[in-house]
Design a protein around this ligand. Structure first.
Ligand SMILES: Nc1ncnc2c1ncn2[C@@H]1O[C@H](COP(=O)(O)OP(=O)(O)OP(=O)(O)O)[C@@H](O)[C@H]1O
Ligand SMILES: O=P(O)(O)OC[C@@]1(O)O[C@H](CO)[C@@H](O)[C@@H]1O
Length: 305
């Protein structure tokens, strides 16, 4: 079974305008209220690609209820822990540029952290745990390490798509797979990544530190895959970009859904990149048929060191 865990979910209030003027009253006609947060996006895309999964994490208030209800409507199993705080609403403004306003994560009390650990103790050998989205600094780093240790003891594949100080610590715990974008990869090494060669160089360093598989997403330029014995470059399909929110989460979901079925890395990576682009080309997250329509347009190249 695949589990996702979103410590900081959101409702993504997504609106489209022909132009956005900061400091002015902007009236908008096209709005969407999507359940969001990276792990939740991964759950939604996995389900659309045919993978049953369970969404874990913390939600609260009327926004939390909305998220639970939305996911249940999509037949996604949820086992959220209730917070006393209202789950944040993130604002995504799509005009000539994409502007995002993400709220802070919730305060998670000690007993709520323990509740999550107890749920994780029921995972079985061979299960996957995708820990995705920002990790609040109000939770001690030791908690995230406890999660990683538990997964190692239980034989669970841990996948990380996160950022910040907790991410810096968690990469040392030898996760199975991580998916930074080029900025997040740069932040890990206190540097700026400005070329594919640099992305490969730093991804290799992570591999040497014990991360088994690294996917570096490069937006419209596609992505890089690095493991012990493989370096792949994938060029993304070209198309009209509508909303890139969740494109990285879709890339991860596509990769996991294919890999978990026993398909090899090149097939899974190609499927992942097609999923990321399929999401970028529409308002909501991609569906299976959108991904399959793009597969043949993903150009894969093996890179020799
Ligand atoms: N402009 C684009 N054109 C085509 N494909 C795109 C574009 N932007 C993103 N993608 C696809 O989505 C994948 C992930 O994109 P990106 O690197 O922007 O992820 P991210 O920064 O993690 O995004 P997010 O955090 O919003 O999920 C890319 O590898 C690519 O396949
Ligand atoms: O604030 P975080 O947790 O870093 O990112 C949250 C978020 O921007 O990421 C998702 C897209 O990847 C959105 O659904 C959500 O609003």
């Amino acid at each position: 079974m695949i589990y996702t865990c979103t410590i900081t979910p959101s409702i993504d209030y997504t609106t489209y305008l022909s132009s956005f003027l900061p400091g002015e009253l902007n009236r908008t006609k096209e709005v969407y209220y999507y359940p969001g947060g990276k792990g939740i996006n991964v759950s939604r895309v996995l389900k659309r690609l045919g993978e049953d999964n369970t969404a874990l994490g913390f939600v609260g208030g009327f926004t939390g209820e909305y998220i639970k209800h939305f996911l249940e409507q999509e037949n996604i199993k949820t086992e959220f822990i209730d917070t006393e705080e209202i789950t944040r609403i993130n604002v995504k403004i799509k005009a000539d540029q994409e502007t995002e306003l993400n709220g802070p994560g919730p305060m998670i009390a000690e007993h709520q952290q323990q509740e999550l650990l107890s749920k994780l103790q029921h995972l079985q050998k061979g299960d996957w745990l995708v820990l995705a989205g920002s990790l609040p600094e109000t939770i001690p780093l030791s908690f995230y390490k406890e999660i990683a240790n538990l997964c190692r003891q239980l034989g669970i594949k841990i996948v990380l798509d996160t950022s910040g100080p907790a991410f810096n610590e968690l990469v040392k715990e030898r996760p199975f797979l991580i998916k930074p974008n080029e900025h997040e990869l740069g932040d890990l090494f206190d540097t700026t990544i400005s070329s594919k060669e640099e992305a490969i160089h730093y991804a290799k360093k992570l591999n040497e530190l014990g991360v088994e598989n690294i996917i570096v997403s490069l937006g419209g330029d596609g992505a890089i895959f690095v493991s012990n014995d493989t370096i792949l470059e994938a060029k993304a399909p070209k198309g009209k970009v509508v909303n890139t929110v969740g494109a990285g989460d879709s890339l991860l979901s596509g990769f996991i859904s294919s890999y978990a079925k026993g398909q090899g890395v090149p097939t899974a990576f190609r499927y992942g990149v097609a999923s990321g682009s399929a999401t970028a080309f529409q308002t909501d997250l991609c569906k299976k048929e959108d991904v399959e329509a793009l597969i043949d347009q993903v150009q894969l190249k093996s890179i020799k060191e």
